[in-house]
Design a protein around this ligand. Structure first.
Ligand code: HEM
Length: 215
C-alpha cells in the first residue's frame, strides 16, 4: 500500500517524527496550562485534576494514544540517529542533509533520552501515585524535596534544548521555510521553549524554595 511505503521511506520517517512531535507539543500545551493552576491554589489544581479524572474512559484512551505517540517518536528518532551516524561514518557518503547545526541539533538523542528517564520518574511519581493521597498533595510533597525538584529542573532544561531544535525541524518537514517567515520562525523556536521552561521550572522552584509551602 502506498501509505505504508511512504511511512517506511526516509521522508516518511521524518514525517512520523514531525507529526508525533506536533502531537507531543499539543499535549505539552494542555499540560502546562493545567499545571499552571498550581499558582492559583491547591484547591484550583485539585479541581482541575478531579474534573480530568471524572472521564476515566477519555483519560484511558488519551493515555494509551500518548504512549503510542511517545514510542513512535522515540523509536523512529533513534533509528534516524543511527542511520545518519552510519552515513556520516561512511568514507563514500555525500551528505545531502539540509540541517541547522547547533548545540541543540547535535544533542537531540541525548536530551531525548534524558527526557525519557525524566518521564519514567515523573509518571511513576505522579500518575501511579497512591490514590489515597490527593494529587495536589503529592505534587507538593515530591517537589518540596530539593534533589527531586533539581532533577525536574534538569529535565526542563533538556526539554527546552530538545524543543528548540525539534520545533524548527518540525516546521521544516511541514514545509514552513520562506524568507518572509524565517525570522519569525527563528524567534518562535526560542520563545516557545523558554515559555515552557519558565512555567514548568517555576512550579519546581515554587515548591523547592518553600514558597508554595501553604499553597
Ligand atoms: C513541574 C512540572 C510538571 C508537573 C507539576 C506535572 C504534573 C503532572 C501530574 C500531576 C500528572 C498526573 C496527572 C494525573 O494522573 O492526575 C502528570 C502526568 C504526566 N506528565 Fe506531567 N507535570 C510536569 C511536567 C511535565 C513535562 C515537562 C512533561 C513532558 C516532557 C510531562 C509529561 C507527563 C506525562 C506524559 C504524564 C502522563 C499523562 C497520562 O497519564 O496520560 N509532565 N504530570
Amino acid at each position: 500500500m502506498w501509505f505504508v511505503r511512504f511511512l517506511v521511506s526516509s521522508i516518511g520517517k521524518k514525517f512520523i517524527m514531525a507529526a508525533s512531535g506536533l502531537l507531543l507539543f499539543l499535549f505539552l500545551c494542555t499540560h502546562v496550562a493545567g499545571n499552571a493552576t498550581i499558582f492559583m491554589s491547591s484547591k484550583v489544581f485539585q479541581s482541575y485534576a478531579d474534573e480530568l479524572h471524572s472521564h476515566p474512559l477519555i483519560v484511558l484512551v488519551f493515555s494509551l494514544g500518548l504512549l503510542g505517540v511517545f514510542l513512535a517518536h522515540i523509536f523512529v528518532g533513534l533509528y534516524l540517529f543511527y542511520q545518519n551516524r552510519a552515513v556520516s561514518n561512511s568514507r563514500y557518503a555525500v551528505c545531502t542533509r539540509v540541517v541547522k547545526y547547533s548545540f541543540a541539533s547535535e544533542t537531540m538523542p541525548y536530551t531525548g533520552l534524558f527526557l525519557l528517564v525524566f518521564l519514567v520518574v515523573h509518571v511513576f511519581g505522579f500518575t501511579f501515585s497512591p490514590k489515597t493521597v490527593l494529587i495536589s498533595v503529592t505534587v507538593q510533597q515530591l517537589l518540596s524535596n530539593f534533589f527531586y525538584a533539581l532533577f525536574y529542573i534538569l529535565g526542563f532544561v533538556a526539554l527546552t534544548i530538545h524543543l528548540s531544535h525539534g520545533f524548527w525541524s518540525m516546521l521544516q518537514t511541514f514545509g514552513f521555510n520562506h524568507p518572509r517567515y524565517n525570522f519569525l520562525i527563528s524567534r518562535l523556536t526560542i520563545v516557545i521553549p523558554l515559555f515552557f521552561f519558565l512555567v514548568f521550572a517555576g512550579i519546581a522552584f515554587y515548591f523547592m524554595t518553600g514558597l508554595g509551602a501553604s499553597y
